[in-house]
Design a protein around this ligand. Structure first.
Ligand code: C2E
Ligand code: MG
Ligand code: MG
Length: 670
């Protein structure tokens, strides 16, 4: 069986050989070196046998001491052979060694010939027969041991034959003539066998060489595959899989030591570059981002691309806290530099960063990752283009999130979820023909939980499907009960409009309702929810529109406010975010923005509603910007169905703008 060391020696031999002949020569030496101990053993036995045949009749130095000297010599040589390994894998040394073997064999055979010649006078005819047997046997056994090298075989056979000729021809005995002739022919066959052995050996070496090359090529290929599986092809950075391996190995059982820091980076404004300038421009920005990140982080930290415009880095535990903070700032600054696009245009993106903290005990590296993720979420929420460390208040929110999540999982939403309705009023005549349905969750464990909190948690936990279905069903039921209401809107989560399963479930629900009901339902979606998968969102929204529902874009102005979305997705209604309503106090800027959006909507024949109008002054400015439909605390906060009903029956009414000016010039009206 082939041992691993043999394979290694073999591979080294093949690698070190500069020519095929050298490889064959080294293989010859390897084969011979394996047979040398056997050869010495055979010779020692044969010499001892021959010596003992003439023991007493020939002098002791010939029968005892010379064989003993050979035995000593053989032992020393065998010990020396053990150090052959280095010689085997060095072609020059191997060549030299083979020459030494050939020369040494020649001397050895010469010595044995002289020994036989010295013994001859003491031998009777029968003992001479033993001599011939010895010579023939020595020749044959050395042929077998050195068969891989014809030259060595040639030396052995020629020397043995010479002994035969020299010793036995002189005896003029017929038997020896014939024996010499037969030995000569046999040796010739031996020599030919050695030649063919060598050619087969050369073929095997060539074959093995090819196999070794192919083997190396396939192991190189395997290495490349492995590294490709861990590398992001666009940027050359380690990819998501590699990052998660690094995350796991960055943290060992060393809870009392300083923690490594994991940072997550998300580019702000990358998506519009892709949309506006195309994917080549997007790719160029990602490649340049990777370059800048590597430059900032240097060799001391690892940086990976997780996918899309998300990157991540790991800072070692040995890095000081100041350096950790400094790196966050440096990345933000580096990313604020303009990017030159392949089209020679210049564009800007910024980076939001969330990184883990060393101040909280963690169980595993995954906890650090979660911290970074949470901090990133907060960083993006507050202001784009900043680095944020996971903080105590984050930890608290995270804990609260876990509690709410647990309660939400157990909640019977049919019972615990109810709807409140906020009127949408035409400020010109005070007519309330529309409203927005907003969810309220009365948890038996936690009390009333704000939709801002539980919707975000449901989104993160992938639980919006049940939530939305309950809300939509209740809204449809209410619409059914209010035939005079012109329209009611409900909010959809980002996941609802990009998930085929949810949208199909909604479609099935809409189909159970008469057209007179479902045609009055408006679905509100936010801009950011479109960004995740525009195509899927477009497809699902199209299905809803096909059933006669209207689609509103909610919180308009907080995202990218892309004209492209407005036009391509054919929204029916735009709801200007309430932050604009609030901004109307600082007149000039707020007015300009709202007027522009209003103008845009008019030119695209889209209805426009402004949210968050709390004061008469805001209403005044909103109206001067062209807004008529208003939703805000000025008219009403979200109220129970029973409280809204009187406005529908006409028992109660909202004031028109004109009435408001006349009666309550400076007070909020409801
Ligand atoms: P939204 O869809 O933009 O809803 C309007 C939010 O603004 C409501 O908050 C409403 O109470 C508040 N609002 C209305 N007028 C004023 C005003 O004059 N001033 C101020 N400061 N706020 C005003 P609410 O009900 O807490 O809902 C918050 C958000 O939660 C909603 O924003 C919506 O994004 C989400 N949400 C509410 N219900 C649902 C739901 O059923 N499904 C989903 N997916 N999201 C929901
Ligand atoms: Mg809404
Ligand atoms: Mg809104």
């Amino acid at each position: 069986m082939l041992r691993t060391t043999d394979i290694r020696t073999y591979r080294k031999m093949l690698q070190n050989a500069r020519t095929p002949d050298e490889a064959v020569m080294m293989e010859q030496l390897r084969a011979i070196s394996q047979n040398i101990p056997a050869l010495y053993l055979l010779l020692t036995v044969a010499i001892a046998a021959l010596g003992s045949t003439l023991l007493g009749s020939a002098p002791d130095w010939l029968t005892i001491w010379l064989p003993a000297a050979f035995f000593g010599f053989a032992t020393i040589r065998l010990l020396a052979w053990r150090k052959m390994h280095q010689v085997l894998i060095d072609p020059d040394k191997a060549r030299h060694q083979l020459k030494r073997i050939e020369f040494g064999t020649m001397l050895l055979f010469l010595g044995m010939a002289l020994w036989i010649w010295a013994l001859l006078p003491y031998a009777n005819p029968q003992e001479r027969l033993h001599f011939s047997f010895f010579a023939a046997f020595t020749g044959a056994s050395s042929t077998i041991c050195g068969i891989s090298r014809p030259r060595l075989v040639g030396v052995c056979l020629a020397m043995t034959l010479a002994v035969f000729c020299f010793l036995f021809f002189s005896m003029s005995e017929r038997f020896f003539y014939l024996a010499t002739a037969q030995i000569g022919i046999t040796y010739f066959v031996f020599f030919m066998a050695s030649l063919s052995y060598k050619s087969r050996l050369a073929q095997s070496v060539a074959l093995l060489n090819r196999l070794d090359v192919e083997n190396r090529r396939s192991s190189e290929l395997a290495d490349t595959n492995r590294s490709m599986a861990l590398t992001d092809m666009l940027t050359g950075l380690p990819n998501r899989r590699s990052f998660f391996q690094d995350v796991d190995s960055s943290y060992g059982p060393k809870a009392d030591k300083i923690l490594p820091v994991i940072g997550l980076i998300d580019l702000d404004g990358f998506k519009p570059i892709n949309d506006v300038f195309g994917h080549t421009a997007g790719d160029a920005v990602l490649v340049e981002t990777a370059r800048r990140l590597k430059q900032v982080l240097g060799d001391g930290a690892s940086v990976s691309r997780l996918g899309g415009d998300e990157f991540a880095y790991i800072l070692p535990a040995s890095m000081s806290q100041e350096a950790v903070e400094e790196i966050g700032q440096q990345i933000v600054s580096a990313m604020n530099e303009p990017f030159s696009l392949p089209s020679k245009e210049v564009s800007r993106v910024s980076a939001s960063i969330g990184y883990s903290s060393r101040s909280f005990p963690v169980q595993s590296a995954r906890d650090l990752l979660e911290q970074a993720d949470f901090a990133l979420f907060r960083a993006k929420e507050q202001k784009v283009g900043r680095a944020m460390e996971f903080s105590a208040s984050h930890a608290q929110t995270q804990m609260r999130g876990a509690v709410v999540h647990q309660a939400l999982k157990k909640a019977d939403l049919d019972v615990e979820l109810r709807l409140v309705f906020q009127p949408i009023v035409n400020s010109t005549d005070g007519e309330m023909t529309r409203c927005e349905a907003l969810a309220r969750w009365d948890s038996p464990e936690l009390g009333s939980v704000s939709p801002i909190e539980f919707v975000a948690i449901a989104e993160k936990a992938g639980m919006t499907q049940q939530l939305t279905q309950v809300v939509v069903r209740k809204a449809l039921e209410q619409l059914h009960a209010w035939p005079d209401l012109k329209s009611m809107s409900v909010n959809l989560s980002a996941q609802d409009i990009i998930c085929r399963e949810t949208s199909d479930a909604l479609v099935a629900m809409f189909l159970t309702m008469p057209e007179s009901v479902r045609h009055r339902l408006v679905l509100e979606v936010t801009e950011s929810s479109l960004l995740t998968d525009l195509e899927e969102a477009r497809y699902n929204l199209m299905k809803f529109r096909f059933l006669g529902l209207k689609i509103a874009i909610d919180d308009f102005g907080t995202g990218y406010s892309s004209l492209r979305y407005l036009q391509e997705l054919e929204f029916d209604i735009v709801k200007i975010d309430r932050s604009f309503g609030a901004a109307l106090d600082s007149k000039a800027r707020g007015l300009g923005l709202v007027a522009t959006i209003q103008h845009l909507c008019r030119s695209l024949s889209i209805e426009c509603i402004i949210e968050g109008i709390e004061t008469q002054q805001q209403l005044e400015i909103a109206r001067s910007a062209g807004c008529r439909y208003v939703q805000g605390f000025l008219y009403s906060p979200p109220i129970e169905a029973a409280d809204l009903a009187p406005y529908l029956t006409g028992e109660k009414g909202f004031m028109s703008y004109r009435e408001m000016l006349q009666q309550l010039p400076e007070r909020d009206v409801a």
